[in-house]
Design a protein around this ligand. Sequence first.
Ligand SMILES: Nc1nc2c(c(=O)[nH]1)N[C@H]1C(S)=C(S)[C@@H](COP(=O)(O)OP(=O)(O)OC[C@H]3O[C@@H](n4cnc5c(=O)[nH]c(N)nc54)[C@H](O)[C@@H]3O)O[C@H]1N2
Ligand SMILES: Nc1nc2c(c(=O)[nH]1)N[C@H]1C(S)=C(S)[C@@H](COP(=O)(O)OP(=O)(O)OC[C@H]3O[C@@H](n4cnc5c(=O)[nH]c(N)nc54)[C@H](O)[C@@H]3O)O[C@H]1N2
Ligand code: SF4
Ligand SMILES: [Mo]
Length: 732
Amino acid sequence: MDTKVSTARVARSACRSCTTYCPINVTIEDGRVQTIEPNRDAPIYDGFICPKGYALKEAHNDPKRLTHHLKRLPDGSHVPISSEQLVEEISAKLRTLIAERGPRAVSTFLGGANTNQPASGALQFSFLHAIGSDSFYYVNTIDQPGNFMADALHGTWAGGRMRPEKLDVFVLIGSNPVISKQYFSQNPGLQLKQLVKGGTKLIVIDPRRTETARRAHVHLQCIPGEDPTIVAGLIHLVIANGKVNSAFVEQNASGLAELREAVKDYTPDYVASRAGIPEADLREAARIIGEAGHGDIGSGVGPSMATRGTLTSYLIRCLQTIRGFWGAAGDEAVRPHVLLPRRAFKAQPNAPRPAWGFGRTLRVRGLQQTVAGLPVGALCEEILTPGPDQVRAMFLHAGAILTWPQTDLVKRALESLELLVVHDVEYPLSPTAQLAHYVIATMKTFELPFTSQQNELVGMTHAGYGWVDPYAAYYPALLPPPADADLMESWQIYYRVSQKLDIRLKCCGFFGDPGAAPEFNMQREPTTDEVLELMCRDSAIPLAEVKRHPDGHIFDEAREMIQAREPACSARLDLANAAMLDELKAVRTESITVRRGTSAEFPFQFIASRLQNTTNASYRPADALKTGYNPAYLHASDMERLGLARGDRVEIRSRHGAITGFVDVDNDLRPGVLAMCHGFGKGPGQDYDPRRDGANVNNLLHWEDDYDRYNGMPRMSAVPVSITPIRSTLNQ
Ligand SMILES: Nc1nc2c(c(=O)[nH]1)N[C@H]1C(S)=C(S)[C@@H](COP(=O)(O)OP(=O)(O)OC[C@H]3O[C@@H](n4cnc5c(=O)[nH]c(N)nc54)[C@H](O)[C@@H]3O)O[C@H]1N2
Ligand SMILES: Nc1nc2c(c(=O)[nH]1)N[C@H]1C(S)=C(S)[C@@H](COP(=O)(O)OP(=O)(O)OC[C@H]3O[C@@H](n4cnc5c(=O)[nH]c(N)nc54)[C@H](O)[C@@H]3O)O[C@H]1N2
Ligand code: SF4
Ligand SMILES: [Mo]
């Protein structure tokens, strides 16, 4: 008879496989995760989790996890190394490098891996600050940097956006919340349904009839890369229809006459034919926007990656301003802070400020620091180009080999570093970790305490993140790491190396004066909970209070009303930034076909598009996708023209490189468009099977292709490609 007493318990936690942080109930038995269920007692989410939430069970129990740090030997193989020895060796290397090369030779890159380990971002920043290096690179410069740039150039509205429940119209440009959870993040399907049911008209601009576009009143299924044209066309029509909110503009903005002039030639017939959309639909979209009392506009990676992301974001801000689509005095503010310092909302502009021209200029193509940070677009060459400030050491919190354009250059750059430190959780090693001198084996989701602060932070610069209402949550660590494991949390490497180097580390955040930040006790290592406590030190609601609500909570006391404008406020939003309007004029006069780059040789446009069951290059359980690989989606008419059937093998070639793909049908795509998700495949020379590993679409991209002259973001969508069937049956 089995006398074993069950030790099963149900604990509350949150998924962190994307920044939505869905609340979950985790059943744990004998140290293993038995089931994952949505936490239906949590507010806002309505019991939603996506398949990646359920997959946390496999992710946690995966016996192949990395349990020890690894050190790379000269032959490229890796051997285990203890935490102590790892810190010792990395510190010694840094000491020499800083002495010989100066602190700028040491850099960090903050990417998606930070979602799981939010203390790592703060500590990276603090560490660089302490050693005197400003070589801090952030994924922002390939993740919608145009938002930062446009906010600076246009100015921002201190009252924030309008409340979703009041909206007459919501315009979504190249973003697909149902899959990505960017905008309407918590249970996006239900939120969108309720939004539309409540009377909001949804306008979607996307070359694909997305899961989101199915709810749209108007879907402009455009040719990729034509977002500046379309938004300029909408501005043209709003002005022509006499729908400028004159009272708002007169009080809060300048440059309307110049904007009107700049969009003059973006006539509906020109825009419709250039963007490949019905003119009547464009007019209908403009009519709805023009008649709406309350509206909001959001954009995603689509327009950002299809070049001119800054211009598109700038024009979107202008469209919002001429319609007065900003929070009004007396209304309740959206995205008030809970775990960040309290933010006051006022119905007035914050004046524009320079987006570039104030900071460090890199040695690569004149690229420079912008309000979005140092350009990742210059990083590989900054690593490879000898001279002062050459980057020689990097702490990399990302899957760069699968997520940065021009994979061969990325690999060459990472391989040439004198010190590459990568954090990871998986074994066999990810394509990026394979290149590291040291791979730090890190804790997994349920082994880490967690707060929701990070998503609030992202929401400060991107309206698609954060919580509309003052929601926050804290979750304790649920499980210890395996008994035989020697792991580290991402932030600990910075603390421990600082200890060895005799550096006094402060807990800087991404806001406030780093000089005024509190110092860590360098004699006694803090716990992660203590670090989180420090990160939330001036929060609107004390972390201790948030901890009292194990299901997460909406803190009514953190609600903010939008205050009236200050009588002395003279700031104005700028509708006529010279650089932006010059670029817009250039768009109107350029050759469309030359610009687009499609030709008889490269007749298709490859677009960026995400899949439900994967997040970037993050760890994914073996059965996350039925296919295993990332399918190359085409419209059936294109497949027929090419003589292809589902699952057929093709070569996809751009002007910069080629990949092997397997086609699949997606009749929601605009014909002529190839959609494929990033984050798959391997790096050059790494053991690779396209059917098993998928294709690394970043091989098709190049840092110098149509890059933004300031933030360096290259063309990552709307990329001209050819598709050629591979008839051989080898490897099929
Ligand atoms: N072609 C193309 N490229 C793109 C994009 C695109 O649309 N198209 N999107 C871009 C965008 S928007 C972004 S944000 C970036 C994101 O790309 P990255 O910034 O590279 O982020 P991730 O892919 O999430 O990073 C995952 C890596 O971190 C490791 N890792 C380290 N620590 C941890 C941990 O604690 N837990 C887990 N689970 N993993 C850890 C994982 O194993 C994996 O190697 O990609 C960009 N690249
Ligand atoms: N499931 C899942 N969720 C994720 C991620 C993930 O990898 N998987 N990544 C997370 C990250 S890092 C980010 S930044 C967000 C991104 O969130 P989103 O911006 O919503 O990303 P996508 O879902 O790829 O949606 C991009 C849309 O742009 C469209 N598009 C492509 N090219 C163009 C163009 O030229 N013009 C227009 N108008 N549209 C175009 C595509 O068809 C697609 O529908 O998602 C986050 N959430
Ligand atoms: S991956 Fe899915 S379950 Fe996890 S937080 Fe994002 S939406 Fe929620
Ligand atoms: Mo992103």
